[in-house]
Design a protein around this ligand. Structure first.
Ligand SMILES: *Cc1c(COP(=O)(O)O)cnc(C)c1O
Length: 436
C-alpha cells in the first residue's frame, strides 16, 4: 500500500509545476507533502515534522495555525469575502490603509496580491508621476547589484540575479545596478560604515550624471535577502535618501521581505531615520496567511494623479486588489504587533540565538551575520553541490532551510522558542559536519 505521502507525491508530479525548480531534479529529490502546520512546525502525512526555518519563504511571522489570524479571517468570511475595489470600498481595506499610514507616514495605499506586482506598481507610479509633471525624460530606473525585486518582466528588469535573469534578458528593459553596500565586500580594515559611504559616493557620481533620465532608485533596505542575506550599514540609506532628494529621483524601498519587524524595527527604513517615496510591502503583511501586497506613497505623489483628466490617473488594476479576507488577516497581524511587544520579544530571542552561536567561531564558515530575526553565514568549503546536499541533510533531520549557494540562513517565525532555537542549531551543526 502506498502511504499518504506517496500518492500525493505522484499526483503532484503529474499535475503541479513547482516554483523556482528544475522539475527533473525531483526524480532524485522527493517533494515534501505537507498535511498541516502548527507554530514553527510543518507535518507530513506520515507524521514526520519539519521546523520551518525559512518562515515558508519569509511570509510567516507568528507561526502556522495562529488562532487570532485564523479567527479574523473566519469572522470576515461571514461578512464579505471580496468585492471589486474600483468604484467600491470596504471596512478592512480602509482600516488597513489607515493603520499602515499611521505606521509609515505615507498617506495612500495601492493594493495588489504579490510582491512583484507591488514593485511593478511603484515603478509605473514613479514614471507616471514625473510624466504628469511634464518631465517625460525620466524613464529609467536604477537598482543595486545583487538586488531582488521579483520576477515579472518589469520587476525582473531591476532584479540582479543572473540565474533568474539571463534567459529572459532579451525581454527586459535595461537598468543600471549601483555597487551593493554589502559589508562582506569591504576592503580589509574598512568598516561596514566606511564601505557603505564609499558605495554611496559611487551612487552619487552616477546619479549626478544621469538624474535627468532617472525616475527612481529601488533598493532593499538593510538586507538584500534573495541573494544570500547581504547586510549593509544604515548610513547608506541616509546618504541615498539625501541624494534622491537633491537630484529629484524617487526612492523606492522594497520592504517586501524585511518589513513587519524582520530587521528588528517595524520597517527597516526606520533604522536609517528615512522615509521612502514609495514603500513596497507584502510577504509578512498577512502573517503568511493570504497573498496581499501594497505600495504606499506620499500624499504629494497621490495629488499629482488627481485631475479631471482620466489619463492622468493611475489606470492599473489587479482583480483581487484589496481583497477583504487578506486585509482582515493583515489587520489581525497588526493587532498582534499592537497587543504584544513583538519587537522586544524578538530582541531577546535574537540575543539568545546569538549567544548560542558564539561557539561556532571554530567552524569553516565566514561572515556570520545577524540583523533582527535574520541570520546568515557563508560556508568556505568550495565543495560542489553544497546547496543541494545541505538542504537534503537538514531536511532528513526535520529542518527546513534553503541555502543560497554557499550561504546558509535562518529566518524563523517569531514564535520560535529557545528550545526550538537550540534544536534548529543542533540540526544545522550536524548537517554542516556531514556536508563540509
Ligand atoms: C519576495 C520578494 C519580492 C517578490 O515578491 P513575490 O510575492 O514573490 O512576487 C520582491 N522583493 C523582495 C525584496 C522580495 O523578497
Amino acid at each position: 500500500m502506498v502511504s499518504g505521502n506517496q500518492s500525493l507525491l505522484q499526483r503532484s508530479h503529474a499535475s503541479v509545476w513547482h516554483p523556482c525548480t528544475q522539475m527533473k531534479q525531483h526524480e532524485a529529490l522527493p517533494l515534501v507533502p505537507v498535511r498541516r502546520g502548527d507554530g514553527v512546525w510543518l507535518e507530513d502525512f506520515d507524521g514526520k515534522r519539519y521546523l520551518d526555518g525559512v518562515s515558508s519563504w519569509w511570509v510567516n511571522l507568528f507561526g502556522h495555525n495562529h488562532p487570532h489570524i485564523k479567527a479574523a479571517i473566519v469572522a470576515q468570511l461571514d461578512q464579505l469575502e471580496h468585492v471589486i475595489l474600483a468604484g467600491f470600498t470596504h471596512e478592512p481595506v480602509v482600516r488597513l490603509s489607515e493603520q499602515l499610514s499611521a505606521l509609515t507616514g505615507l498617506g495612500h495605499s495601492f493594493y495588489a496580491s504579490d510582491g512583484a506586482s507591488a514593485t511593478e506598481i511603484a515603478l509605473k507610479m514613479s514614471f507616471h508621476y514625473w510624466r504628469n509633471g511634464g518631465q517625460h525624460g525620466k524613464t529609467r530606473f536604477i537598482s543595486l547589484k545583487n538586488g531582488y525585486h521579483g520576477e515579472t518582466l518589469g520587476s525582473l528588469s531591476v532584479t540582479d540575479v543572473d540565474l533568474f535573469k539571463d534567459t529572459y534578458a532579451p525581454l527586459l528593459r535595461e537598468s543600471v545596478q549601483l555597487p551593493s553596500p554589502d559589508w562582506r565586500l569591504a576592503e580589509p580594515g574598512e568598516s561596514a560604515e566606511q564601505y557603505a559611504l564609499r558605495c554611496a559616493d559611487r551612487a552619487e557620481e552616477y546619479i549626478a550624471a544621469h538624474h535627468a533620465v532617472i525616475a527612481a532608485l529601488i533598493l532593499e533596505p538593510l538586507v538584500q535577502c534573495a541573494t544570500g542575506m547581504a547586510m549593509h550599514h544604515p548610513v547608506y540609506l541616509r546618504r541615498l535618501r539625501a541624494l534622491c532628494d537633491q537630484y529629484h529621483v524617487h526612492l523606492i524601498a522594497d520592504e517586501i521581505a524585511v518589513g513587519f519587524g524582520r530587521t528588528g524595527t517595524m520597517f527597516a527604513s526606520e533604522q536609517a531615520g528615512i522615509r521612502p517615496d514609495f514603500l513596497c510591502l507584502s510577504k509578512g503583511i498577512t502573517g503568511g496567511y493570504l497573498p496581499l501586497s501594497v505600495v504606499q506613497t506620499t500624499d504629494e505623489v497621490y495629488r499629482a494623479f488627481y485631475d479631471d483628466s482620466v489619463a492622468r490617473g493611475f489606470l492599473h488594476s489587479h482583480s483581487y486588489t484589496g481583497n477583504a479576507l487578506a486585509c482582515s488577516a493583515a489587520l489581525a497581524t497588526l493587532e498582534i504587533f499592537a497587543q504584544q511587544d513583538v519587537l522586544a520579544s524578538n530582541r531577546s530571542k535574537a540575543a539568545y540565538l546569538n549567544r548560542q552561536l558564539v561557539d561556532w567561531a571554530d567552524l569553516p564558515i565566514v561572515h556570520l551575520r545577524n540583523t533582527g530575526m535574520i541570520w546568515a553565514f557563508d560556508v568556505t568549503s568550495g565543495q560542489a553541490g553544497f546547496q543541494q546536499r545541505f538542504y537534503q541533510a537538514v531536511l532528513q533531520r526535520g529542518l527546513l532551510l534553503r541555502p543560497v549557494g554557499n550561504t546558509v540562513y535562518f529566518m524563523p517565525p517569531y514564535v520560535i522558542s529557545e528550545s526550538e532555537i537550540d534544536w534548529m542549531l543542533e540540526q544545522t551543526l550536524g548537517a554542516l559536519k556531514e556536508c563540509i
